[in-house]
Design a protein around this ligand. Sequence first.
Ligand SMILES: C[S@@+](CC[C@H](N)C(=O)[O-])C[C@H]1O[C@@H](n2cnc3c(N)ncnc32)[C@H](O)[C@@H]1O
Length: 240
Amino acid sequence: MNATNEKPGALLAPSDVQGMFDRISRRYDLMNRLMTGGRDVAWRRQAATIAIGAGAERALDVATGTGDLALELSDQGVPDVTGLDFSHEMIVAAEAKRQQQSVEGVTFLQGDAMNMPFPDGSFDALTIAWGLRNLPDYQQGIQEMARVLRPEGRMVILEMTPLQNETLRNAFNLYFHNVVPVIGGVISGDRDAYRYLPDSVGAFPPAEDLAGMMRAANLRNVRYKLVGGGTVALHIGIRN
Ligand SMILES: C[S@@+](CC[C@H](N)C(=O)[O-])C[C@H]1O[C@@H](n2cnc3c(N)ncnc32)[C@H](O)[C@@H]1O
């Protein structure tokens, strides 16, 4: 349940989430690579490929952070990509990366995923990677994303998912709750941010429930695959 009411949503209030990501932006990429052994790059690549499908002209990456998935969509041939995030520091980092890589056709924009500055049906494809878990109301967030997707457009949600097997979950939690906050504290200087991460994953809906939320948001053919030994889920849905 979220920070302010009884709906499934982030454990922290949006202003706290925003401040947290502003603080960890400089070391965010390095921590991702360390925590996942570099697998996060391949999972974003898969997410982009699935979202593009047979082709997309305009794509949106919600909660883009330092922009890796937006840049991946562009790399895979989408001519017009927007990356949106409400953390100013993350957007600054994403734009610096875009310029450093001399990428054209990608625009980074500061904005709230719960109330996006786009007309209905603006995009052919939409992705969100490790962003949904931070939104204050998951169902409303998915609905807002479905709103800006055109009919037949694809939505891909890449997110941590609670391990279903209890033994594996206990083993993973030892690493996640004890090792990650220590490394995160040393690397990013913000141990609390890397305590919030395992806590928020523990409170996140199972993959099947998330699929149900997507269906309730006017998406069809919703399915998902688990990667990362069952710790990460890639959900896909087609906008009706
Ligand atoms: C864990 S990071 C994921 C970044 C990136 N998508 C990636 O693949 O690494 C979560 C991002 O969600 C953003 N975020 C959280 N809530 C948001 C909201 N309401 N609107 C826009 N961005 C949000 C944060 O600022 C942060 O950059």
